[in-house]
Design a protein around this ligand. Structure first.
Ligand code: SF4
Length: 245
């Protein structure tokens, strides 16, 4: 059983504070950076939590994801429910090969209830459509925490743990071939580590039983165009694991 680390991980000098408009979510275990068993963070409700169960048919997965989204919109498990505009459950293909996971909704996402719709989201759209030659609706996009932390601060450990079951359930319903963690905070949350993005990227990790590729957050790329090259290398690895290249 893995536990996410206590306390809010400090930002690295390789990837500063998470984006303001659209932050992503992620996490992982400390002992090993590579292999990590499924997390047990107390899934908020029912639903499959093991990848050993047979996958649902696409329409069943879509219905289960929508039910989960309704639970998220009604959720009051942590203090973020008090300050959110809209909860942002995530959206996309219910049987996507690729799931992008950010840290948490930003202001634009909080207003719209949709993930990655601000400036960073538009860059993510470009990565998906122009770089990967996919459509946004071909992948699934969500965050580690489903409600916006005030001022776009990093979510607390308690908030991450309160929300973790939703992400685990989403992944078990979707059964992606690969998860792409967007940003240092998302990667640290998914992988339960304090390592920097520079240490994490370039390798395949595991979280919730799924391969995880960490890469830079689109908002970081807006501020640091030089990071686009390594990000593209990571995205190519994502496509490779998804069978797309
Ligand atoms: S962040 Fe997650 S746990 Fe907290 S209120 Fe929103 S949906 Fe519930």
């Amino acid at each position: 059983m893995r536990r996410v680390p206590r306390g809010v991980p400090a930002q690295t000098d390789t990837e500063p504070a998470p984006p303001t408009a659209a932050r992503a979510t992620g996490a992982t275990p400390p002992a090993s950076e590579s292999a990590a068993p499924a997390l047990d963070r107390g899934a908020p409700t029912s639903a499959p939590s093991t990848t050993t169960a047979p996958p649902l048919a696409p329409e069943e997965a879509a219905a289960a994801l929508e039910q989960l989204a309704e639970e998220v919109r009604a959720c009051r498990r942590c203090p973020l429910a008090e300050t959110r505009g809209h909860a942002v459950p995530g959206e996309g293909n219910p049987r996507a090969d690729i799931v992008f996971v950010g840290e948490g909704p930003g202001a634009d996402e909080d207003r719209s209830g949709r993930p990655f719709v601000g400036a960073a989201g538009r860059l993510l759209d470009d990565i998906i459509t122009k770089g990967m030659q996919l459509r946004r609706e071909d992948v699934f996009i969500c965050n580690v925490v489903k409600c916006r932390p005030p001022g776009n601060r990093v979510p607390t450990q308690d908030e991450v743990e309160a929300c973790a079951g939703y992400l685990e359930r989403q992944l078990n319903l979707i059964r992606p071939k690969v998860v792409c963690a967007l940003g240092a905070t998302a990667a640290r949350r998914l992988l339960d580590t304090e390592l920097s993005m520079a240490r994490l990227r370039g390798r395949v990790h595991q979280a919730y039983g799924f391969p995880v590729i960490p890469t830079y957050h689109p908002a970081y790329l807006l501020r640091n165009p030089a990071a686009k090259r390594p990000t593209w290398e990571d995205i190519q690895k994502v496509m490779e694991l998804a069978g797309g290249s």
